[in-house]
Design a protein around this ligand. Structure first.
Ligand SMILES: N[C@@H](CCC(=O)N[C@@H](CS)C(=O)NCC(=O)O)C(=O)O
Length: 206
């Protein structure tokens, strides 16, 4: 059985969405980050990086990193068409996925959400939070333009939409900042998908 190593309110929600999309049966192994469970020897034995998502596959091997897990799920379930087969289409999906994970999440949101990871100084943390919010908003403004007249971020629905979704989730449900109009429409569209409804139930949000 495939196991998704998960923590509430994290980017692992996007991988649950994809597991639902491909129709794979899976278990969820939850780590409570408020108790620092990502630092326990048991967790580190699964993922030495101390992060979620991690996917423990049928053969016991562990795959980490959002993009790698998402791409593996897409490529092993080609009938679900979660990545295009043509080079241009696939490159565009990776471009959008990487912007969501690398820039919106890791560079921008993390600066807002985890300023303590960068400095212990309270004034500097306040500055980082401001800069993080600014970076998230600038990034979403770019996404907003890319979504003009489009339902999905890179061609047809793809793994990139799942990554954008978890960032939207944080902005809308955690920070409670307004999303730009096209991004809000994308978020609403995602919420219509049964896969996302399963994830939202898991997260306890409507
Ligand atoms: N580059 C990793 C990032 C994963 C990541 O940062 N996960 C966060 C949750 S969204 C985490 O596990 N944080 C735990 C910690 O920093 O202690 C990926 O794409 O999967």
């Amino acid at each position: 059985m495939t196991t998704l190593v998960y923590a509430k309110g994290t980017c692992a929600i996007g991988i649950q969405v994809l597991l639902e999309e491909v129709g794979m049966s899976y278990d969820i192994k939850k780590a409570d980050f408020s108790k620092g469970e990502q630092h326990t020897p048991e967790f580190r034995a699964i993922n030495p990086k101390g992060k979620v998502p991690a996917l423990v596959r049928d053969d016991g091997s562990v795959l980490t990193e959002y993009g790698a897990i998402a791409m593996w799920l897409a490529l092993t379930n080609p009938d679900k068409k979660l990545v295009p087969a043509d080079p241009e289409g696939m490159a565009r999906v990776i471009e959008a996925l990487d912007f969501a994970v690398g820039t919106l999440h890791m560079l921008s949101w993390r600066m807002f959400r985890r300023p303590d990871a960068y400095t212990a100084n309270a004034d500097e943390q306040a500055q980082l939070k401001d800069r993080g919010r600014d970076a998230v908003e600038k990034g979403l403004a770019v996404v907003n333009e890319q979504l003009e007249g489009k339902d999905w971020i890179a061609g047809d629905y793809s793994i990139a939409d799942s990554a954008l979704y978890y960032v939207e989730f944080w902005v809308a449900e955690v920070a409670k900042w307004p999303l730009p109009a096209n991004v809000q429409k994308h978020y609403d569209r995602m919420k219509q998908r049964p896969s996302v409804q399963v994830s939202r139930k898991e997260e306890g949000v409507a």
